[in-house]
Design a binder for this molecule. Sequence first.
Ligand code: ATP
Ligand code: MG
Length: 348
Amino acid sequence: MNFVSTLLVLTSTILVMFCTKCGSYFTLPFSYGAHKIYSGAEFVKCSFVECCTDEYVSPDIDKLNDILIKELYGQEIARQAIINALRGHLTTNPPKALSMSFHGPPGTGKTYISQLIAKFLYKYGEESKYFHFFNGRNDFPLESKVDEYKEELYKIIISGLDKCERSMFVFDEVDKMPEGLLDVLVQFLDYNTSIKSWRYTSSSINTRKAIYIFLSNTGSSRIIQYLLTLWQQGKSRQAARLQDFEYLTSVGAFNEKGGFHHSDAIQSNVIDHYIPFLPLEETHVRKCLEKAFINRDVNPTSEMIEEGLSYVIFGPPPHNLYATAGCKRLEQKVASIIYAKKTKRTDL
Ligand SMILES: Nc1ncnc2c1ncn2[C@@H]1O[C@H](COP(=O)(O)OP(=O)(O)OP(=O)(O)O)[C@@H](O)[C@H]1O
Ligand SMILES: [Mg+2]
């Protein structure tokens, strides 16, 4: 290649690099060619690594619903509310990001369901690059560093949305987060927000397709109290409705200590749904135990279920209707029951 043609190639490359978006007649053929090469390279890249495409981000809400019907016990209100919210958000061009706040006592399925949502949203589930998980206690331990955390969180979210608009952000143990931290999210959760990308200052980021989930125990005592009142009136938990809890949980989140305490996110109404997780009763715990045995290829006898149940503590007194830790740690108990049975058999 002589000097002139080298110069020509160089000039056109520079023009294409700087003018791919300017759309002038002069650069059109170049930018078209560059676009083709870029798309081809993207296509090859995306057959090896995860990309923000339909192949990797493919929500299957029907399947999620089927699994929840079969495997999530005692959370009818939560299941229906979450499925409806996801359907509404994923099938239309949403006006804002979806934000749901899950409230309820320990071991009732809050983390479990958010993991399942990731599983049916991304091909790689929780391992997806577009799934971001934060734990209040571990990731943001110090009250004194709240401003630093805010800045960090802002950058993580911007860069996450820049990579994929359909990103999912889960904040666990919100009640252990420093007060005020979540205020930084308001701009991402609100309507019609246009935020500049920090890498390409000319382009703005679409904040509307993302999903934010907050998990906490705040509001639990109000939820339990409400169910107990129903029970005392002779009504079953099936009589409870989502509307009965929304106010209780949002007031709880706003007033109880933690990330949502007196927060802008609640005051400015950017949380779309407050989802109650009800305390689990003995029938639900039995089902959890059964599932845990079956997952380990053991068909449990009633004696084995009773043994598992003997580890579960029920409260609050005097009626003791609900498992205080829900179905938490039952898998470990089941594992040791099976192990004990096996060793007994070999000892004989
Ligand atoms: N409603 C439920 N139906 C079926 N299994 C459940 C349910 N709730 C909890 N489990 C089981 O118990 C385990 C622990 O539940 P999970 O971690 O979701 O509790 P949590 O509500 O997030 O509690 P915490 O508030 O302490 O974080 C789950 O992995 C799941 O196996
Ligand atoms: Mg949890």
